[in-house]
Write a protein that binds this ligand. Sequence first.
Ligand code: NAD
Length: 473
Amino acid sequence: ASEDVKNSPAATVVFDTVAANSLVKELRSTVIAGKTKSYEWRASQLKSLLKMVEDRDKEICDALFSDLSKPETEAFIHEMALMKASCKLALKKLKDWMKPEKVKTTLGTFPSSAEIVPEPLGVVLIISAWNYPFLLSVDPVIGAIAAGNAVVLKPSEIAPAMSSLLAKLFGEYLDNSAIKVVEGAVPETSALLEQKWDKIFYTGNGRVGRVIMAAAAKHLTPVVLELGGKCPVLVDSDIDLTVTAKRIISGKWGCNNGQTCVAPDYIITTKNYAPVLIDSIKHHLVKFYGEDALNSLDLSRVVSSNHFARLTKLLDDDRVSGKIIHGGQTDKSSLKIAPTIVLDAPEDSLIMNEEIFGPLLPIITVNKIEDGINFINSRPNPLAAYLFTNKQQLKEEFVSNVSAGGVLINDISLHLMVNTLPFGGVGDSGMGAYHGKFSFDAFSHKKAVLHRSFFGDAPARYPPYTPGKLRLL
Ligand code: NAD
């Protein structure tokens, strides 16, 4: 009988607008009491986060395997190591980041001194995505805590094992009067979005990004939108072929089997060079994942049956299915799709217009490499744009003419590991940025402070205004 009660709908906790409202009130009272502001509180929470990942790495790996069959090596390198690096950096630099920055003043305010004082925004909401469900949840939380905020994390329901693990671990390791996890899908997120937040940090697709921004606008809440897009890779012919092929494979299939916001979405190369490049990619794919890639343990699975159906639909298109030159095998029962290459899919096909976010890689060919830049520029701004070349002039042209969240020359994805670089999109790929100090800044208000003394009071500023006073100014 007790089981019946446990499983009955009446016994389930409903997270609705009322619950969301009282949650925000509770957190706001913690912030008003000043608890989250001190260096000591921020550092203690960051240390607890580090301890959490060190103590519980096995559970984190297991959750990633359960949600995505993510290989352990990828779980460690792409999720836990990056999170730890981010946390360690915040701990090392926190005192510096919190310091007011002295700035110059102008003659008109002489004598005076000026400073920019970073202050916490207050109570912030972080909504994260399923593809790196640990890193994309915890990394922005590090920024929010470092900046002295109370925070609610809403992990993705599409990665349910990680969502419930994060709820459990945050409960055990962090100060729950200031840091909470709310699990749930659209209804719970909508209840959260009705509240007034001091910042909303969202990672996910652009359609929902618009929902977030509209909800935030009602309260004049600023947003960071970490979105995606179709990240192009332009490949010239004067490259180190083996290194290029291996890096493309590692950035595409070796990162969550293509389910990565900065994964290569499509390649552009010249008609002459395409056969050479394709041979090398195919050769290394077999070397890395074997002849039967569908059963390789080194590839993540597709996250859900909806995403599986979305991806297979891209291949089922008549104008695309005949152009598969590698892979194409799928297994609905295990949600696996083998690394698949499509050559010269029509420009107006779905695969060339939707973000792929999976193991399919179209290669399109152009007459000359510069045409590739025009192709990229005719599309919405991607989150990342890649170029493989040895030509200095082409590198300069790419950097100056291609507008993307980030540009990386001769590699894939690695720019996001450089914590002195901001990570974020532009245009359709998002707004705002984080990583390193940029995470602290994303969750801080930069307060302008001017100090004056009672000395140096110019009479010209006070009425009665006379022509003589105007001449003095
Ligand atoms: P998702 O389905 O996990 O959704 C993201 C979040 O939005 C979830 O927490 C979900 O609950 C919430 N959500 C979904 N529908 C909602 C609604 N109607 N109202 C309010 N909240 C809602 O993830 P996704 O969108 O499939 O993620 C993939 C996308 O995210 C891709 O476009 C990818 O490029 C992008 N992405 C970007 C980054 C980045 O750092 N820029 C990182 C990862 C993924």
